[in-house]
Design a protein around this ligand. Structure first.
Ligand SMILES: Nc1ncnc2c1ncn2[C@@H]1O[C@H](COP(=O)(O)OP(=O)(O)O)[C@@H](O)[C@H]1O
Ligand SMILES: [Mg+2]
Length: 281
């Protein structure tokens, strides 16, 4: 991967001492004290019973993900997961703090960050009117791919996800599962080194969810670095090397899966943390 030569701040590029034995991990994503407050609309104020009109979504969130690993941001609804991933993907800006992808600042080098990541979120809907073939061409050219590379990538990904038969079917006529597979294929069309998926299995049937989890494990085996968000404990246990537990916009615990769960089911460890965090407020 294309890492810049300059030092990456005090955290450096190497993993915490000793936690991975001889394996030296390079950091690929780092969020540093990220803060984000939203101003609520009048309607949102009522729904959220929040007369102040301000909602702190991220309250100084920091975390580090390492190259070649799957990192899971785990937390309940409203914890701030999507907000953090949108900041990492340069879709929105943090109020304070910064985040780095492969050493590039989302504030100062958003173009470099965008080239390095494939981002998937349920908020980004594919336009119903277009076909997978059309969307693939459109987004491939947007990434500056030449026609030969685009054709090869299309063949590979359409075969991988069984999109071939539906290449000329409008997105609006596809099943939810096939839509998700098309969304994934489009999001990684440029074969980025870093994959950022927001709740990648939400709303999917078990078969499609399995395709997604298999795909993420395959990409990891190919050396990709992955950050995903989820509220599903079993997904973290199945996929993630490292986990950050996010509660109310703050990191409640972070470490390897074993460190965070302490040898217990992750769900039990989470609820202990949750009780402590909420009681401590
Ligand atoms: N655009 C927005 N305007 C107002 N509030 C928002 C906006 N986006 C997120 N929020 C609020 O910020 C908090 C965190 O949201 P989000 O990052 O979507 O959490 P998660 O993905 O963990 O469920 C929630 O209270 C949510 O309602
Ligand atoms: Mg979310």
């Amino acid at each position: 991967m294309d890492f810049p030569k300059e030092p990456q701040g005090e955290a450096g590029a190497v993993s915490p001492a000793g936690t991975d034995g001889a394996r030296q991990l390079r950091e690929v994503i780092r969020a540093e004290n990220v803060r984000k407050t939203f101003t609520l609309s009048r309607k949102q104020r009522k729904i959220e019973k929040n007369p102040s009109g301000r909602k702190v979504a991220l309250d100084g969130l920091s975390f580090t993900a390492y190259e070649g690993e799957i990192y899971g941001l785990l937390g309940p609804n409203g914890a701030g997961k999507t907000t953090m991933l949108r900041i990492l993907s340069t879709l929105i800006r943090a109020d304070e703090g910064d985040a780095f992808v492969a050493g590039r600042s989302v504030r100062r080098e958003p173009d470099k960050v965008r080239a390095a990541i494939g981002f998937l979120t349920s908020e980004l809907k594919l336009e119903d009117f277009f076909t997978p073939a059309y969307l693939f061409g459109f987004f491939g050219r947007l990434h500056g791919m030449d026609e030969g590379a685009l054709a090869r990538r299309r063949e590979e990904l359409f075969a991988r996800f069984g999109i071939d038969r539906f290449a000329e079917v409008k997105v609006g006529d596809l099943s939810t599962g096939m839509k998700q597979k098309v969304s994934i294929a489009v999001s990684i069309i440029h074969d980025p080194p870093v994959i950022i998926f927001d709740e990648p299995t939400n709303g999917l049937d078990v078969l499609t969810a399995r395709v997604v989890t298999d795909f993420l494990l395959e990409e990891k085996a190919r050396g990709k670095s992955i950050v995903l968000s989820t509220h599903i404990f079993s997904l973290v246990e199945k996929l993630c090397d490292r986990v950050g537990v996010i509660i109310a916009g703050r990191m409640a615990a972070e470490g390897t899966l074993a460190e965070v769960s302490g040898g217990r089911p992750l769900e039990d460890a989470f609820f202990d943390l949750y009780k402590r965090t909420v009681a401590g407020e």
